[in-house]
Design a protein around this ligand. Sequence first.
Ligand code: 4AD
Ligand code: MG
Length: 450
Amino acid sequence: MAKRIQHLLQDKVVDGQVTVQGWVRTRRDTGSFSFLEVNDGSCLANLQVIADEKLENYGREICKLGAGCSVEILGTLQESPAKGQDVELLAEKIAVLGWADPETYPLQKKRHSLEFLRSISHLRPRTNALGAVARVRSQLSFAVHSFFKQRGFVQIHTPIITTSDCEGAGEMFQVASGDGEKEPFFGKPAGLTVSGQLQAEVYAQALGQVYTFGPTFRAENSNTSRHLAEFWMIEPEMSFCDLSCDMELATAMLQAVIGDILASCPEDLVLFDRFIEKGLLKKLRKVLDADFVHITYSKAVAMLEKQAADFQYPVSWGIDLQSEHERCLTEKIYKSPVIVTDYPSSIKPFYMRLNDDEQTVAAMDILVPGIGELVGGSQREERLDILTKRMTAAGIDLQEYDWYLDLRRYGTVPHAGFGLGFERLVQFVTGMTNIREVIPFPRTPGFAPC
Ligand code: 4AD
Ligand code: MG
């Protein structure tokens, strides 16, 4: 059984022979030896392999190994005299599993731009940076699940194909059967979900505390560094919970997953701190200690109006905050994550709870430096009469949402939840400025190569 390089480097001393499988990053020849840097994706570090010219296939094969070739090595781990590594593998046998022609293999030793790597999304996880992103993304996903598990939440797999448009923004991709159907496959128009919230609310009203974590889709034509047509969202929903309990949960979750990643992926984060965002580690540690700033939308607008900054979109009460405004709040004014609450009802979806002023809703967005909106959530409207009024005003067919209204007819309770864009979280944690770098195969307008 082959050993993972991560474990070899951690354990350092191994008795007897070990087998390692991986891909060559570089080969260097000196005198009667070659040094191979081998990586198997289990960690950032390579394992140094020493190949003696006495090996049976040295002249025939080992001397021709280069970036991208796959190998299986049998050898003995020994202490390394070289700086920067504790151990190295003295090879006794090296089998070449697959060659990679250096004339055509796109990943040569030099550093490639992230834009170029995007054009070869099937090869880019083999680079240090994109491999690290994949490991960090996976760890963050585990951290999210364990956070909810520890708090007794039940995970709900909400549907991907749905007939309800949660956000009501008309950004749903339509789903059809593909055989030129005369009748809609599901009896009525269906699409890919923009959010699992409405279905999560159903389960919250039965199980108390639930969450869904799955792919969501938006057919919005925004070609920005923070938008994808297919992205993953984490959506908890809690009964017997108001806006402040919602904010508490979101803050605790962010702190828990960031604490986890700092402890679990230190080497990958150091790489990002050095090459992707200087000061990243400091920024992440600050999130653990600092209380987030809380301000109302009205206060945020007042603060922004005072800024001399000439925004592309002018600020006044009633506008939806644009990315430039969100970033001004987090990067310039407060230099910290900011939770903005109580937005005008006119710019928020029907399900958000109307405040007593009848102008604003019990909404909260968490904004973070470098990204802007990371979380969007609210207390939900649990009062049947007010909800039906808002839905009617929004032009929603009440018949279609009768099931949703039933939740208010039978045992309604105050409840709240939020949605956290998983890719934006991965962006925040890795420092990647473009969201296309933090999902394996990004889907954006005009782009879905495989
Ligand atoms: O603010 P949004 O639209 O909220 C909802 O969908 C609610 N139903 C969630 C809930 O309360 N359960 O989206 C939530 C988050 C945003 O804050 C953002 O982080 C992310 O999802 N998001 C996107 N991420 C990548 N690409 C897009 N096109 C995104 N749209 C939203
Ligand atoms: Mg939002």
